[in-house]
Design a protein around this ligand. Structure first.
Ligand SMILES: Cc1ncc(COP(=O)(O)O)c(C=O)c1O
Ligand SMILES: [Zn+2]
Length: 365
């Protein structure tokens, strides 16, 4: 297991701390650790890439065969748009990648309880993996979260706490509860082990495409678990000279909730929430805690942040369904943003893009 290091003051904390951020207010990253790029080809889960995960020393991993998702062309006319089927996961979203790694840590630590807050999918994933590990679990969600996601969390025996107010109010309620009763705050926002799980998305694409890595990854961004995870994978592979070029990350935000887009483009208009609810609930994060890290990652790849026009989200959902892909509305937003980006950049017509199907259609109303 690997210790934490504060991204503000470099103070370190042992991997078994129940603190979730530094006393200075900074966020935890992981201390650098050795990577073994040799995969275990007999393992058909994300733990195939155990050698690049910070889990050496753990007795057993908590897994349900997550990951190993196919890359499928958008359609026969666009074989260069490759869709990664991350909605085909134990809890029907990509968050299982992060939950498998974070709950493996929680199990190793022998924690009595995990607490988490989420817009829905990360909570579902933590609830399922905690159930599998036999750890009691409490999930805080905004009161307006899709009823189907709440039902899914409850099905795993987790206690669900509905919080009135913003996504940030939900997070505050969760970490207050976690500090009160010595529970492990299994936060996908604060805990860097989660991002090591989402990192496997990038390792899989590398195994699938080898020396034909795409020019672009087009990824949704709320709190940045996928953007940062993919970025870590690309950096590690690039530094080890396993990939020749650094693909660019194009991050998509909803037009109605776009703090990273505004900050990235240095808008002269300071960001304030549009006040309107977006259909893309999974990326409706007004105050992304790792905003600066996310922007730095995107910049380092030479990438961009682009908006999904709200009125195009349901149209994109239909376009995907017409090709056989039934996705949750947040995933449709990624495509609404991507289609708009391509329209504005016709010169990229023949470039190769990887886009995730992050969540399954049955999750949204
Ligand atoms: C379906 C879906 N897509 C994308 C995201 C965005 O992920 P992140 O907040 O880690 O950037 C989420 C987050 O919950 C999600 O549920
Ligand atoms: Zn600090």
């Amino acid at each position: 297991m690997i210790n934490y290091i504060c991204n503000e003051c470099d103070r370190t904390y042992p991997h078994d701390t129940l603190e979730f951020k530094c006393a200075c207010g900074g966020l935890f990253n992981l201390e650098p650790f050795d990577l073994d790029f040799k995969k275990d080809s007999t393992d058909w889960s994300i733990f195939r890439y155990f050698g690049v995960l910070p889990l050496k020393g753990s007795d057993e991993v908590v897994t349900m065969g997550e990951g190993m998702t196919a890359l499928v062309p958008y359609d026969s006319k666009r074989p260069n748009w490759l869709l990664k089927m991350d909605y085909m996961m134990p809890t029907l979203s990509f968050k299982d990648r992060g939950a498998a790694v974070l709950v493996t840590l929680a199990k190793h630590l022998g924690v009595k309880k995990v607490i988490q807050d989420s817009s829905g999918n990360a909570g579902t994933a933590i609830a399922a993996y905690a159930a599998r590990a036999g750890i009691p679990c409490e999930i805080f969600v905004p009161a307006k979260t899709s009823p189907k996601k709440i039902q899914q969390i409850k099905a795993h025996g987790a206690k669900v706490v509905l919080v009135q107010g913003s996504r940030e109010d939900t997070a505050k309620a969760a970490y207050e509860a976690a500090s009160d009763n010595d529970a492990f705050y299994a936060s996908h926002v604060y805990n860097p082990y989660f991002y090591q799980g989402t990192k496997t998305f990038g390792y899989e694409v590398f195994e699938q495409l080898q020396d034909e890595m795409p020019e672009f990854f087009v990824l949704p961004v709320g709190n940045g678990t996928l953007v940062l995870g993919v970025y870590y994978a690309l950096c590690e592979l690039h530094t080890a000279e396993l990939i020749g070029h650094m693909p660019k990350i194009i991050a998509i935000q909803s037009e109605y909730c776009a703090p990273i887009h505004y900050a990235f483009h240095n808008s002269s208009v300071p960001y304030s929430s549009s006040g309107k609810d977006t259909l893309a609930e999974g990326i409706a994060i007004a105050d992304p805690k790792r905003g600066n890290q996310i922007m730095e990652a995107i910049r380092k790849t030479g990438g961009d942040v682009h908006l999904a026009p709200e009125h195009k989200i349901l149209e994109a959902k239909k376009q995907l369904a017409d090709r056989g892909f039934f996705v949750e509305t947040t995933t449709a937003a990624t495509f609404a943003g991507f289609f708009d980006y391509i329209e504005k950049h016709p010169e990229l017509e023949n470039d190769r893009f990887v886009l995730p199907l992050c969540g399954a259609g049955l999750k949204s109303e």
